[in-house]
Ligand binder design. Structure first.
Ligand code: 5RP
Length: 232
């Protein structure tokens, strides 16, 4: 099956299986997660789904929700009390213990905040994202306060990583996140202990967040190139 059609089918399956009336939902970012908003919009329009509140994890997702007409709120809205029922998001790598690398789209900070605010955290991905060892291929995105760029680079090198500053496309200079930070994509050539590395990165002053996610993943909806979709 064509990969973009597969991503759509994965997201549709996730919504049809996991989303119910009256839910407060974190909506992830990326080319798979974007279809989540589309399916929710379809179901809301058809009145097969009611009373959904969405918290987008990025401007990309917020714009999609607004265009589709899905009611959007910020996680800081007191109405939500910092709690979501479910967040559905994509991933760049998933290992057999459901640990993740995320942040390929640069939205790792709000993605992690929503994941931790949620009672359930579901991942939508095609099978190319399943790996035996995290970080053997994909570099770990690390969001950094610009002032600390030099010192964070040095500390990351001491941890065994090779950091590369993410550069913008069709704009001069580095990528700046929605929060005004820079992103270092750090090659580790395989990560033995993702939880320890997540903690070590977070403890560097100037690091805002890393794309290593070791929080519980309650459900993975995985699409095979054969077109088969499994809910794990
Ligand atoms: C964005 C992310 C995405 O979820 C991740 O990059 C996967 O995206 P895609 O479904 O387009 O491959 O973490 O920050």
């Amino acid at each position: 099956m064509d990969i973009s059609e597969l991503k759509k089918q994965i997201a549709y399956k996730a919504v049809d299986t996991l989303v119910h009336d009256n839910m407060k939902l974190g909506l992830g970012t990326g080319s798979t997660a974007v279809w989540i908003a589309h399916r929710i919009g379809e179901l809301l329009t058809a009145k097969k789904l009611n009373n959904i509140i969405a918290v987008p994890t990025s401007l990309q997702t917020q714009l999609e929700c607004e265009a589709i007409g899905i009611p959007v709120r910020s996680l800081r809205d007191p109405f939500l009390q910092g709690k979501l029922d479910l967040t559905i998001d994509g991933a760049d790598e998933i290992d057999s213990r459901r640990r993740l690398i995320k942040g390929g789209g640069g939205a790792l900070l709000r993605e992690k905040i929503c994941a931790y605010a949620s009672q359930a955290f579901a991942i939508v991905a095609d099978e190319s994202k399943l790996v035996s060892t995290l970080g053997a291929v994909f570099a770990v995105p690390v969001e950094v306060i610009p002032e600390a760029l030099y010192i964070v680079r040095k500390k990351i090198e001491k941890l065994g990583g090779k950091p590369l500053l993410r550069m913008g496309q069709k704009i001069a200079g580095p990528v700046l996140t929605e929060h005004g930070h820079m992103i270092l994509d750090v090659a580790f050539g395989g990560i033995d202990d993702p939880r320890a590395l997540e903690g070590n990165l977070k403890s560097i002053p100037g690091v805002v967040e890393s794309g290593i996610f070791t929080c519980p993943v309650t459900c993975i909806v995985i699409g095979r190139t054969s077109g088969e979709i499994e809910v794990l």
